[in-house]
Ligand binder design. Structure first.
Ligand code: OSB
Ligand code: MG
Length: 408
């Protein structure tokens, strides 16, 4: 089912050594969070980090990120995570504000009501609350970091990660001019990034893709429309078939599968779904309908590790490549992305860039670094494997609130 354009022939999609453990992984039971962790307290906070340069997509531009951090505590240890929701409901209906409300009033009380046995147990407690995947993921991720620290393992080890180095790419926002875009492309290729993703929208698509491809015949190149087109644009989008793209990400509506299936049957370039895949059920349906040939997994969008692992395993069993998407996270969210991307099915470069690509200073030490060969390393230390820079986070904190468990 997978068509491999020549530009990515050099990418060994499904035959990396890590793939050999595949059958074990697919049949392995879901990883346990721990043998019963009684979480005592949850803390939510926001910090604002200015972006080094504005980031523009088809749904708008931002010049800073309001980062939503979660910390859970048990037995003197902390687990950290990031709720990846944006300030405005554009990529998703969730926002920092809705996630704060849903965590404080529903999810945190459910998590704190009884000790957490495993990931499944936690996901079940959240299941009766509809939607709000990014809020749910925030708590799942923090629990997994805590559990990993309790066990003295890395989060990557805890979820069954196998890769020591993960291939990464960069997502380049819409630029004021073609020259500025070409300059960015050169810069990130020189830094070693293995794949360039161009954000596109009507009026900033075919011509810029043609120019980038003309200058860089061999690179892995993809585009991401963030829902900017409709099926009426079919002929226009088919022109992208000329540029040997790795994929076209989410051309149509955020919850569409039907029109994507129609387009996929009429173009050669693989479609990758991002916004439309909100859980394993949607992934199953999308693959069954032929809506895409590649899936972008974002832990926040799908509601945490429980769903991300299920989507990974499903795609692995069907030989559908997946890759790890990004949400312009701080180092804490990015560290979770690195752990996720160490799973064997993540055979395409992720949107996991160096901290310095986003922020002047990140909230973790050391910062995320991309090596000259375009990879990031799997950290070896327990939990997320990076130290959380609490002094810097405290200095930057805008709002903070704690939720405590029921008194014993
Ligand atoms: O669609 O993948 C996306 C950023 C914010 C919201 C949606 C998307 C993105 C990116 C940036 O493409 C990925 C990153 O570098 O974090
Ligand atoms: Mg996307």
């Amino acid at each position: 089912m997978l068509q491999i354009p020549s530009c990515r022939a050099k990418l060994d999609l499904l035959s990396c050594p890590a793939m050999q453990s595949r059958s074990e992984l697919v049949t392995a039971p879901a990883p346990a969070v721990s043998d019963q962790i009684a979480i005592e307290k949850l803390e939510m906070r926001t910090v604002r980090l200015p972006l080094n340069e504005p980031f523009e997509t088809s749904f708008g531009a931002i010049d800073s990120r309001l980062i939503f951090l979660v910390r859970v505590e048990a037995g003197g240890l902390s687990g950290w995570s990031e709720v990846v929701a944006a300030e405005e409901p554009r990529y998703s209906y969730e926002t920092v504000g809705t996630a704060w409300h849903v965590i404080r009033d529903y999810l945190a009380p459910a998590m704190l009501s009884a000790p957490v046995a495993d990931l499944k147990n936690l996901a079940e407690r959240f299941a009766s609350f509809r939607g709000h995947n990014m809020a749910k993921a925030g708590l799942e991720l923090a629990c997994m970091d805590l559990c990993a620290r309790i066990r003295g393992q890395s989060v990557s080890q805890l979820i069954g990660g196998v890769r020591e180095r993960m291939a990464v790419g960069v997502s380049l926002g819409i630029q004021p001019s073609l020259d500025q875009l070409l300059e960015r492309v050169d810069k990130y290729l020189a830094l070693g990034y293995q794949r360039i993703k161009l954000k596109i929208k009507p009026g900033w698509d075919i011509d810029i893709v043609r120019e980038v491809r003309r200058r860089h015949k061999e690179i892995l190149l993809s585009v991401d429309a963030n829902c900017a087109y409709t099926l009426a644009d079919e002929n226009h989008l088919r022109a992208l078939d000329d540029f040997d793209l790795l994929m076209i990400e989410q051309p149509f509506d955020h919850d569409d599968l039907v029109d994507h299936a129609k387009l996929q049957s009429r173009i050669n370039t693989p479609i990758c779904l991002d916004e439309s895949i909100t859980g394993v059920k949607r992934a199953e349906q999308g693959l069954e309908m032929g809506s895409c040939r590649i899936i972008n997994i974002k832990i926040g969008r799908v509601g945490g590790y429980s769903q991300a692992l299920a989507i990974h395993d499903l795609c692995y069993s069907k030989e559908v490549p997946v890759w790890c998407g990004g949400m312009l996270e701080s180092g804490i969210g990015r560290a979770h992305n690195i752990a996720l991307a160490s799973l064997p099915g993540f055979s395409l470069p992720g949107d996991i860039s160096a901290s310095s690509r986003y922020f002047a200073k990140d909230v973790i030490v050391p910062e995320v670094a991309v090596a000259a060969d375009g990879t990031v390393e799997r950290p070896k230390r327990p939990g997320l494997g990076f130290e959380v820079d609490l002094d810097y986070i405290n200095y930057k904190t805008i709002s903070i609130e704690q939720v405590e468990g029921p008194k014993k």
